[in-house]
Write a protein that binds this ligand. Structure first.
Ligand SMILES: Cc1ncc(COP(=O)(O)O)c(C=O)c1O
Length: 412
């Protein structure tokens, strides 16, 4: 643990951090990404395209609505979130994704990231086993790490998390001191692979949960950003035993700056989650909740979803067709039908982190090396390419540049 120096008095404070703080690491990749200057084409973060944000006219109308509710909108609120917003959200979920919920099953969070933080806080004792995808969403791991779980990595392929392997692992750990406690999945537009878990696997996952008494955390930020028609139902919509904690967010269907997400779960779990939130931030911001409620009640989010899908579909197509044209044949990748990312595999003698250095320095293009998405230390030859922010023309140019860096490293 580093010592903390109080600058002016030069007093040296040692051991002021709790032991768990050593789990809060800034990744070395973040350091590399600091090298990104304005002239670098970046496929790094999963930031939404501002063109997908609500229109200024609609936002102005929503502000009028907030002002009409000024006394409440600027006041402290209820920890679970405004009942009015939760009601509107329940209707939205029913008409859009067939999830049925009642008021006590729904909690508003500050982004779904807060939902993940609370899952870690409430359910992970040191050494508890949590099954996650290989690869999986890095910031979920960051949220869970503080509580010192033991991860069980389950391979992800074009049909999502491999539930046959999951069941083998659940069985293997069943009679140990710590059986697997829960499974964390991003079934629709997985981060980082962009894959969609098949219906059979969704059903199998629920069967496993029921048979071995586990619960499932279904993280669904990209479930509305889909590019084909036959998207299987949310696992939560198939959940007859209340084993799924469903997390979603307004970040991709409204805007991330609004910082609002939500959880759907069994009433007892929601009560406990609400208690945890009380201690973190008392309540989600009322101003923002009134804003989103206006959009839901006027069906503006519903109306915007097809437009948002189209924005990202065009970008996904631009990235995939540029990759098909320019990438050397040694590079393979998933073809995402949802979400913001293409995940690529380099030949196993190429370290993507080293490649990133050359990519930024020599060709002015950046990506996220995939290793941090793997809980077992593998994935050093993988990379995540986000197409959400750059314009299609820039995506094509970025892929050309990246292909050149990869071709050069193949010859080395
Ligand atoms: C898989 C996944 N879960 C959760 C989040 C958190 O999103 P937010 O806190 O903006 O709702 C993200 C953000 O990109 C994500 O990719």
């Amino acid at each position: 643990m580093e010592q903390y120096k109080v600058e002016k008095s030069s007093v040296l404070l040692t051991n002021i951090f709790a032991n768990r703080v050593d789990r809060m690491k800034s990744s070395d990749i973040r350091e590399l990404l600091k090298l990104i200057s304005a002239d670098v084409i970046s496929f790094t973060g999963g930031a939404p395209d501002p063109d997908a944000f609500p229109s200024p006219d609609d936002l102005r109308d929503a502000v009028e609505y907030i002002l009409a509710n000024r006394d409440k909108a600027f006041q402290y609120g209820i920890t679970d979130g405004l009942p009015g917003l939760r009601k509107s959200l329940i209707d939205f979920m029913y008409r859009q994704i067939s999830i049925k919920a009642d008021l006590p099953n729904v909690l508003i969070t500050i982004g779904s990231q807060e939902g993940l933080e609370i899952v870690g806080r409430l359910f992970i004792n040191q050494g508890d086993k949590v099954a996650v995808g290989l690869p999986t969403y890095l910031a979920a791991l960051q949220a869970f790490n503080l509580w010192r779980p033991k991860y069980i990595g389950i391979p992800v392929d074009d049909n999502g998390l491999n539930t046959v392997i999951l069941e083998e692992m659940v069985r293997k750990h069943k009679n140990t001191k710590k059986p697997i406690k829960f499974v964390y999945v991003v079934p629709t537009g997985q981060n980082p692979t962009g894959t969609i878990m098949s219906l059979d696997r969704r059903k199998h996952l629920l069967e496993i949960a029921s048979k071995y008494d586990l619960f499932i955390v279904e993280d669904d930020p990209y479930g509305f950003i889909t590019f084909r028609d036959d998207i299987p139902p949310r696992i939560k919509a198939l959940d007859e035993e209340d084993r799924v904690i469903y997390l979603s967010t307004f970040s991709k269907i409204f805007a991330p700056g609004i910082r609002l997400g939500w959880v759907v779960a069994n009433e007892t779990l929601i009560k406990q989650m609400s208690l945890a939130i009380q201690a973190i931030n008392l309540c989600p911001p009322n101003f923002n909740q009134y804003m989103v409620k206006y959009f839901l009640d006027n069906r503006l989010i519903d109306r915007n979803i097809p437009r948002i899908r189209e924005i990202y579909r065009v970008k996904r197509d631009a990235m995939l067709s540029a990759m098909d044209e320019y990438m050397p044949k040694e590079v393979t990748y998933h073809r995402p039908d949802a979400g913001f990312f293409v995940f690529a595999y380099l030949p196993d003698y190429i370290d993507a982190k080293k490649l990133l250095y050359f990519a930024i320095e020599k060709e002015k293009v950046a990506f996220v090396p995939g290793r941090s998405f793997y809980v077992d230390g593998s994935g050093y030859n993988t990379m995540r390419l986000s197409y959400s922010l750059p314009k299609p023309r820039v995506i094509v140019e970025g892929i050309k540049r990246l292909a050149k860096v990869i071709r050069n490293s193949l010859m080395r």
